[in-house]
Design a protein around this ligand. Structure first.
Ligand SMILES: [Zn+2]
Length: 209
């Protein structure tokens, strides 16, 4: 497969300090994806980085809901929402990309989770699944047909991005060993089941590099 073809894009999801060990919402071994993602990046002309980017007091934070603890699930107007520790607050070191991330040709950074009242796991839609981030339009205008997804966390932001992308008519490949997951209440198993049922390819980097 010629990964450098112009209708392919690598989407690097949320490789940010708060999702790495010692971060506010650490994904176990999250930093292990950094060298793998960098190696992937060398093989794509089109790269998009996403960045979780919340205002202070975001409604996805448990601290915004008195009596609730991180990892509780509550009902929001748009459906169930896991509550998280405060993380990726706009302009803080935790919201910055991991220092080791090096894909200088990345053409776009999509910031998401900006609305104080709606979380956004997916790079394409907020968690109400109707408010677009604008990424779909960007990809269409650029003639992109196939998305390769890597990053954090596999069972939340990578999963939701993959699901939205295939619904939008793109071909989608999740590079599993370039992702790490959180695994809350069976979320990793649910992710594998969902991706397979939607026809999303799940591969390892060795399959094509
Ligand atoms: Zn977030």
């Amino acid at each position: 497969m010629t990964l450098k073809r112009m209708d392919n894009v690598l989407i690097v999801v949320d490789v940010q300090n708060d999702f790495c060990p010692d971060g506010a919402l650490a994904v176990p071994s999250g930093d292990e994806v950094v060298p793998i993602v960098n190696r992937l990046g060398e093989n794509f002309r089109n790269v998009v980085l996403t960045q979780d980017w919340h205002p202070v007091g975001h409604l996805s934070f448990a601290s915004a809901h008195p009596g609730r603890a991180p990892y509780d699930t509550i009902a929001m107007s748009y459906g169930p929402q896991v509550l998280w520790p405060d993380h990726c607050v706009q302009g803080t070191p935790g919201a910055a990309f991991h220092d080791g991330l090096h894909i200088p040709q990345a053409g776009l950074v999509v910031r998401k989770g900006l609305d104080p009242a709606i979380d956004s796991y997916s790079a394409l839609y907020e968690n109400d699944r109707t408010t677009p981030t604008g990424l779909t339009g960007y990809l269409r205008e650029r003639g992109i047909k196939r998305l390769f997804l890597a990053g954090l966390a596999l069972d939340f932001c990578v999963r939701y991005s993959a699901e939205d992308a295939i619904r939008e008519g793109f071909a989608v490949v999740v590079i599993e060993d370039a992702c790490r997951g959180i695994d809350i209440d069976g979320s990793m198993a649910a992710t594998h089941q969902s991706l397979k049922s939607l026809g999303i390819s799940i591969v390892n980097i060795e399959a094509f590099l």
